[in-house]
Design a protein around this ligand. Structure first.
Ligand SMILES: [Mn+2]
Length: 428
């Protein structure tokens, strides 16, 4: 697939109109004291990691509908991640999942990624299902299990992930557990949390230098009554108790409907424990829809807090890691991941054009209408020309989905890879 050629010829036909729109937006923003070139540079520098598990079709509790040409191995998953990176230019990082992506030779995997301009951004452990041949079951929990031997097995799995993080140069290891109860009375809430924390400390003891430990809370599912790490407050407490390189990870879909997630983001940033994100979107209880597809204003408000927190150096914490975590049931995963990454850049640029001095003045004057207007003014500005120009300047596509469709990449993969038979869903 000659991507540079496909991208160049598509861009050439779109550039005249893009330049006109970019010039118009440039004058519009200049009147507001905003330099469009600075925004284009920030858009080009934005980074979000794509999940290796997201390039295959996901599924629901009911069914999975595979498409032809899905990746069968970690190497084919990386090939698909490379396509996304070539088109949108903001996704060189790949989040991998163990055991689904367990490499036989880590050095070989690392070289394969590097030769494509990619790298492993984070490792994700899996103790929410049983692996073939596994000695003990996680049916009733893993890191918080009532039996010490099961907890030890789950800790050992995470230590294996940390060794891989070290070998692959990953900057973070993310832990999400499915532990919890399905019925009132099933789980002793306080003891289960104590056991989880003990296990977390054992994992933290094996954390390689330069690597951060992320813990991901989730209000429910697969446990449907109570979850051990259920909310951001519990996550903050556990991260603080575990150590200075342990941080809370916010998965946007892991909260109850109507929860003020932007406020959670502000709290964690203020407390110096915001580790990163799993971006996606949600309407009801589903937690893996495409980022920005349901609640774009919420996504903007989250980035508004992030841009603001960056000015205060994240409360002393390292720069948060941005990752996508989605399940693609009815779309081509490559198209979903491309458009989702672009939606994040859009929310970021929208947040960058908020007039922060005016917003603070409105806040100090208790002028609610002015404050909201300032946010809406940024949010309703069509910044697409900035995003498209940034992609073009970085060597990506002005219109990534069109280039992808014109490439017939999936049809090519269907011919070489066939129909995937991978079981299970991609819901994490
Ligand atoms: Mn997640």
């Amino acid at each position: 697939m000659d991507w540079p050629d496909l991208i160049a010829s598509s861009n050439a036909s779109l550039l005249p109109v893009l330049e006109e729109d970019y010039g118009h937006l440039s004058r519009q923003l200049a009147r507001r004291g905003v330099d469009i070139e600075g925004l284009a540079e920030r858009a080009m520098a934005f980074r979000v990691a794509v999940p290796s598990w997201g390039v295959g079709t996901g599924g629901t509790r009911f069914a999975r509908f595979p498409i032809g040409g899905e990746p069968r191995t970690i190497f084919e998953r990386i090939d698909d991640c490379e396509v996304i990176s070539r088109l949108v230019r903001v996704t060189p990082g790949v989040s991998i999942h163990i055991p689904w992506d367990r490499p036989e030779h880590p050095a070989q995997l690392r070289a394969y990624l590097e030769s494509r301009g990619l790298f492993v951004d984070s490792i994700n452990s899996n103790t929410f299902q049983d692996e073939a041949g596994q000695a003990l079951s996680y049916k009733f929990g893993s890191l918080s299990h009532t039996e010490a031997a099961v907890r030890r097995q789950a800790v050992e799995h995470n230590l294996e992930c940390l060794a891989l993080a070290d070998a692959l140069g990953a900057a973070a290891h993310s832990v999400w557990i499915g532990d919890g109860g399905n019925f009132p009375g099933q789980v002793h809430f306080r003891r289960a949390l104590d056991r989880y924390l003990d296990s977390l400390r054992a994992i933290y003891a094996g954390l390689p230098a330069g690597c951060r430990l992320f813990i991901e809370h989730k209000v429910y599912e697969p446990a449907l009554y109570s979850t051990v790490l259920n909310d951001w407050g519990t996550s903050y407490y556990c991260a603080r108790e575990t150590g200075e390189r342990c941080f809370s990870l916010v998965d946007l879909g892991h909260h109850a409907p109507n929860v003020n997630i932007e406020m959670i983001v502000a709290r964690l940033a203020q407390l110096g424990k915001l580790g990163g994100f799993h971006f996606n979107d949600s309407k009801y209880g589903d937690d893996d829809l495409d980022a920005g597809s349901i609640k774009p204003f919420q996504l903007f408000l989250i980035f508004n807090e992030l841009v603001d927190a960056e000015r205060d150096h994240w409360g002393g914490a390292p720069v948060p890691a941005y990752m996508l975590d989605q399940s693609h049931n009815v779309t081509d995963p490559i198209e979903s991941l491309c458009t989702s990454a672009m939606e994040l850049v859009r929310a970021y640029v929208h947040a960058l054009i908020v007039d922060r001095a005016a917003l603070e003045a409105a806040q100090d004057a208790n002028d609610a209408v002015a404050a909201l207007q300032l946010l809406k003014r940024a949010f309703t500005t069509d910044v697409e020309p900035i995003l498209a120009m940034a992609r073009h300047r970085a060597g990506g596509a002005v219109d990534p989905v069109s280039v992808y469709r014109a490439s017939a990449y999936r049809r090519h993969c269907a011919a070489t890879r066939g129909m995937a038979t991978r079981p299970g869903a991609g819901i994490v």
